[in-house]
Design a protein around this ligand. Structure first.
Ligand code: ADP
Ligand code: MG
Length: 692
């Protein structure tokens, strides 16, 4: 009991962990006994049942077998032991077991008549079933084989899973005593028929059956999701409680007036998302909404509508974008949309002259400017607003929690709109961004010709550039994207933008005007390169992925991506969104080296331009921990659950969280003390949420 009050039992205090192995445990993040308790196995090897020899090799995986040795063949070849043993199982069926390797110490060990247990990958060949042995055990003459489910832990080279398992097994009763408070209230655990927390720990570390282990594992996933969902729900209810936002009135004819000032009709999805956003802004609870839509879906217009509503109510808006290039573009697109309403906008960037910045700041402070667009330069001390009513954060994942909060802090509970061009499936978005409401633009403006996408090998690059020449001959422009800036970068095999631009200028496309854009240019050089391309003064722009998001040149109809296999699907989709922005037919050519190995995943891009579908596939292939860098560290902070795989558990946890928070908004009831403790310690609850 005294141990429970001091949960920091160190790893070296456990039996079986000495001064030598303690650092190895630490390397895996296992500093304390409790950390070891919470270090769940990722799978189990089932040693329980021997497979009859007649059925060995049917699964293609590891199998167990028990038999009596009838023949032994062994040799040594240059230090390599090759031992092959023929056995007969209880049913009289013959099979063989094979050991190959150095220092396996099996040479000379086996003889006829011996009873053995063997485990390993089994296959069938013309001479019968054969087990490539990874584990074996000698059995006594009358000994009945008994094996169990063996937990397999994520291990390191010097600390194998078996050592971890041994330490866990030896200390399990003591470890279980150190269990953290249960995040799941008793009533919820009972309703979901979960075992007690301690039984759950026993069932995952020392399982009797795979079903028992899985049921126990779900308990941990649910507990983690419950903490995450509760944290989101608390933030949401806190936001709802304060009623301190300025409710903005929506004039009846505003949407009509907005649409009349546009050269085209809004899409249904734009109209719907504008209404969703305006409805939020009409409340005295600050909006916290994510606007997601594929590249080219027309998010800028929707943002402009939000700015307009803020402005007609006498408040200002700020849009923060992750790069100057994107900020410039937003500024350039928003200004003309606001002009018909007599609304002025400002831009604020790090690279601006001091004079321009001072002037812009003055117009913000006086309230003269309805909108400011900028980079994180907006966050500096000197930037103040008269009345900031709306904060828009573009590509929110590129900003930290703190930066987002600092922008909002420039106003008194402003409404917040997050925007992203990386669509993720709706259910996943709702759980990842549990404290946000989500608006999705799921429809592209009409008149877009779908982009034709091809995947080709590098040997066909000359034909690809021949095609680029034709495109330019028709008066259009092209991008060529390379993964590296120059050849001196660590990976010599990667195509480099600098080298490719030189090669195109001097040789391959010598008659064309070739521009170059990459992240090591100064902001001014970047803007110039981009501007020349936008004005049609260069035909081909060779670039790194700095053009990735948002860049918009309608006359560019062709994109060539070199070493396309190096990118995630979602990122390639983003890149591809740079073309197909005008009425002309557009093309995307994904080039991968002849020896690139597996490239099938590129095929999905040749088949669809649906960003949601691609995001889903990307997620399936890569696992949600990465998402092409879109959710940053977020998801990897989950220790037990996987939001994609376990989405049904998340939903259940979310609805439990809603009723818990509804009944006990400050989690002060004793049955919620474990949950409250989990909220304080759970890393996922801190990083996954977008409001802070
Ligand atoms: P996003 O920011 O979502 O990538 P944009 O707002 O930049 O997309 O819009 C992409 C292009 O589509 C722009 O050139 C814009 O003028 C045009 N556009 C937006 N909405 C419509 C619409 N409803 N009808 C026709 N064109 C539209
Ligand atoms: Mg945009």
């Amino acid at each position: 009991m005294s141990e429970r009050s001091s949960p920091e039992v160190r790893i070296e205090d456990l039996s079986g962990v000495g001064p030598k192995s303690a650092p190895l445990f630490r390397e895996l993040g296992l500093d304390t006994a409790r950390a070891l308790l919470e270090y769940l196995p990722f799978r189990y090897d089932d040693f329980r049942f021997p497979t009859p020899a007649a059925r060995l090799g049917e699964t293609g995986g590891e199998e167990n077998a028990v038999g009596r040795v009838v023949a032994v063949k062994e040799r040594r070849v240059r230090g390599l032991e090759i031992v092959e043993v023929d056995l007969v199982d209880d049913a009289g069926t013959r099979f063989s077991a094979k050991w190959i390797g150095r220092n396996r110490y099996v040479y000379g060990r086996f003889h006829e008549g011996m009873r053995l247990f063997v485990r390993g990958r089994a296959e069938r060949n013309f001479s019968g079933p054969m087990v490539a042995v990874t584990h074996y055990e000698q059995l006594g003459e009358a000994e009945e084989y008994r094996g169990d489910l063996q937990p397999v832990y994520r291990a390191s080279k010097d600390l194998p899973s078996r050592k971890i398992a041994a330490v866990v097994k030896k200390n399990l009763p003591r470890l279980v005593e150190l269990a953290p408070p249960d995040p799941i209230p008793m009533a919820v655990a009972t309703a979901r028929r979960y075992p007690t927390l301690r039984d759950a720990y026993r069932a995952v570390h020392a399982p009797q059956t795979p079903e028992g282990a899985n049921a126990a594992r779900e308990r941990f996933v649910f507990g983690e999701f419950l903490a995450l969902a509760t944290s989101a729900q608390l933030r949401r209810s806190e936001r709802e409680r304060d009623h301190d936002a300025r409710p903005l009135r929506v004039p009846a004819d505003l949407l009509e007036r907005f649409e009349r000032a546009l050269p085209f009709a809004l899409t249904g999805a734009q109209r719907r998302t504008i209404r969703e956003i305006w409805a939020d802004m009409g409340r005295d609870v600050p909006m916290n909404r994510l606007l997601q839509g594929d590249v080219g879906s027309g998010k800028t217009l929707v943002a402009a509508a939000a700015v307009l509503l803020a402005a007609v109510n006498g408040t200002q808006s700020a849009l923060m974008a992750p790069t100057e290039l994107l900020a410039w573009q937003h500024a350039g697109k928003l200004a003309p949309l606001l002009l018909p309403f007599g609304l002025g906008s400002e831009a604020l960037f790090g690279s601006q002259s001091g004079r321009a910045r001072t002037a812009a700041r003055a117009r913000l402070a006086s309230g003269e400017a309805a909108l400011v667009v900028g980079t994180h330069a907006l966050l500096t001390e000197g930037v103040g607003f008269d009345r900031l009513g709306l904060a828009i954060i573009d590509e929110q994942h590129r900003f930290g929690v703190e930066q987002r909060a600092r922008l909002r802090a420039k106003g008194a509970s402003p409404h917040t709109l997050h925007m992203t061009a990386t669509p993720i499936p709706r259910t996943l978005a709702q759980s990842l961004y549990a404290d946000l409401d989500i608006s999705t633009i799921d429809e592209l403006p009409p008149g877009r010709t779908p982009i034709d996408t091809f995947a080709v090998r590098t040997t066909r690059l000359p034909a690809v550039y021949e095609f680029v020449r034709k495109v330019v001959g028709r008066g259009n422009q092209a991008y060529v994207v390379a993964p590296a800036i120059d050849e001196s970068e660590e990976d010599q095999t990667l195509a480099s933008a600098v080298a490719e631009a030189a090669r195109l200028r001097e040789d391959v496309l010598a008659e064309l005007r070739v521009g170059l854009l990459h992240g090591r240019l100064s902001s001014r050089e970047k803007d110039e390169a981009m501007a020349r391309f936008a004005r049609g003064e260069t035909d081909v722009l060779v670039s790194t992925t700095v053009i990735e998001v948002g860049v918009d040149v309608a006359n560019a109809t062709t994109m060539v991506v070199l070493d396309a296999h190096r990118y995630g699907l979602a990122q390639l989709h983003q890149l591809r969104g740079r073309v197909g922005r005008g009425a002309a037919k557009s093309y995307c050519i994904l080039v991968y080296p002849d020896d690139a190995g597996e490239t099938q995943r590129l095929d999905i891009l040749t088949r669809t331009t649906d960003g949601f579908l691609i995001a889903d596939e990307d997620l399936r292939l890569r696992g949600p921990g990465q998402l092409g860098g879109t959710i940053q560290s977020g998801n990897s902070d989950l220790r037990f659950g996987d939001l994609r795989r376990d989405i049904h558990i998340y939903r259940a946890a979310k609805s439990a969280a809603e009723s818990i928070v509804a009944g006990d908004p400050r989690l002060t009831q004793p049955e919620h003390s474990g949950l409250r403790a989990a909220l304080a310690s759970e890393p996922s609850t801190r990083t996954l949420l977008l409001s802070s």
